[in-house]
Design a protein around this ligand. Structure first.
Ligand SMILES: *[C@@H]1O[C@H](CO)[C@@H](O)[C@H](O)[C@H]1NC(C)=O
Ligand SMILES: [Zn+2]
Length: 385
């Protein structure tokens, strides 16, 4: 009797250990169109979901910003984004890939309550690319899995409203990036650029089967990770036709003081999508670039003014794009749907500091929507207990 219990305990322990180890992942097979069906599964492809004609397909525009949210960049977000509506009268969206260090969580709460999507960009945002390239699932769970809990406590955002991640420097960690998505119940990653599937553009897809996407910044995932979505970063072409994955990483750009030329540059890239297979169009940028170059910011505002008036173009949160791809409906139906309204949350503000940390001698100040942490929240101690 005693021995059989021992045996069961040992077997159970082995099963648990096996489950969390990385080498149980199986290599993804080439995509089986019959078996891989929406809403759960989609092969990597430039085909429009639901076999819609381009003219019946909503053109989604994903405006995204990366890094810490603070009292300086919030001004740009307020100026550029607040109060915008799409042509169907619903609030226009956007996604913030927020990194933890120096973030003001009261402002993150403000963005969330305005209907923007709050997504994850890691706790440390370490500048060591090698760290991200070789990160294990365990490392990534600490950077992103724990950041989700941190966001829930410090910005008071419902955990069920956090869906996406973007890796610092767009450096994927191979399978590990997507393992974290699966294990923590997130939905998608938006860090994987494509320069091969630009015209026509690659639509979002899942990793149940092998991806056909080009791997610009290896390592890319090759394991089967069912249900984890890839939102490809379809590159722009700069003025010499060189690909750029972020709008502020283009090399041959128009003059940074020439608003009209910048407007035409953005529209030119947009038209490749809008007049093509309508793959979601990304305007992926860092706020500093717009603040440093006011003419570029004015051009962006003009571009957004323009698309906010086109009936089949929708500036939305990235997660809404994934939601549409799961259940594709024609543009006229999509356009007349009721607008989504964010589940409002409050921010009982605490201004905390000086807080010491274990990773540096420095002291931090931070503004949060909770009581103050004891130490500065960091890797392995995301709530600063
Ligand atoms: C991903 O998993 C597959 C299948 O187990 C494996 O062959 C591949 O080497 C892994 N890739 C990385 C970068 O870990
Ligand atoms: Zn970043």
């Amino acid at each position: 009797m005693k021995w059989s219990w021992l045996l069961i305990t040992v077997l159970a322990a082995v099963a648990v250990a096996d489950d969390s180890s990385e080498d149980v992942l199986s290599l993804a097979e080439s995509c089986d169109q019959e078996a891989c069906q929406l809403p759960e599964c989609r092969c990597s492809s430039t085909n429009i979901p639901g076999n819609l004609e381009p003219r019946n397909t909503p053109q989604f525009v994903m405006v995204t910003f990366d890094d810490a949210v603070n009292i300086i960049n919030i001004e740009t977000y307020r100026d550029l984004l607040y109060g915008r509506t799409n042509a169907n009268g619903c609030s226009a969206g956007g996604t913030f890939y927020v990194s933890h260090e120096y973030t003001n969580y009261q402002l993150v709460n403000e963005l969330y309550n305005r209907g923007y999507e709050i997504a994850l960009h890691s706790i440390t945002h370490k500048t060591d690319q090698e760290y991200w390239r070789t990160a294990t699932t365990e490392d990534m769970m600490k950077e992103f899995g724990d950041q989700r809990k941190q966001m829930e406590l410090l910005a008071n955002i419902p955990i069920s409203e956090i869906h996406g991640i973007r890796s610092p420097f767009l450096q994927l960690s191979g399978n590990a990036t997507f393992q974290v998505i699966k294990e923590t119940g997130l939905t998608y990653d938006c860090s994987w650029p494509t320069i091969s599937f630009v015209n026509p553009g690659l639509w979002p897809y899942t990793l149940d089967y092998a991806s056909t996407q080009d791997c610009v910044v290896p390592p890319c995932p090759t394991a089967s990770i069912p249900g984890a979505w890839v939102v490809p970063m379809v590159s722009w072409n700069d003025l010499q036709g060189v690909a750029c994955s972020m709008a502020d990483s283009c090399f041959f750009t128009p003059s940074l003081t020439d608003e009209q030329a910048w407007f035409e540059f953005i529209v030119g890239n947009f038209e490749r999508h809008y007049l093509g297979n309508r793959a979601p169009f990304g305007y992926f940028v860092h706020e500093w670039y717009l603040r440093a170059y006011p003419a570029v910011q004015r051009a962006v505002a003009r571009f957004l003014d323009m698309i906010n008036n086109i009936p089949d173009v929708f500036m939305v949160n990235t997660n809404e794009v994934v939601e549409w791809v799961k259940n594709p409906i024609p543009v006229n139906e999509y356009s007349s749907k009721a607008c989504k309204t964010p589940v409002a949350t409050t921010c009982p503000v605490s201004v905390c500091g000086p807080l010491s940390s274990h990773h540096t001698e420095m002291q931090y100040w931070m503004t949060v929507c909770s009581s103050c942490p004891n130490t500065y929240p960091w890797l392995g101690n995301p709530l600063g207990l």
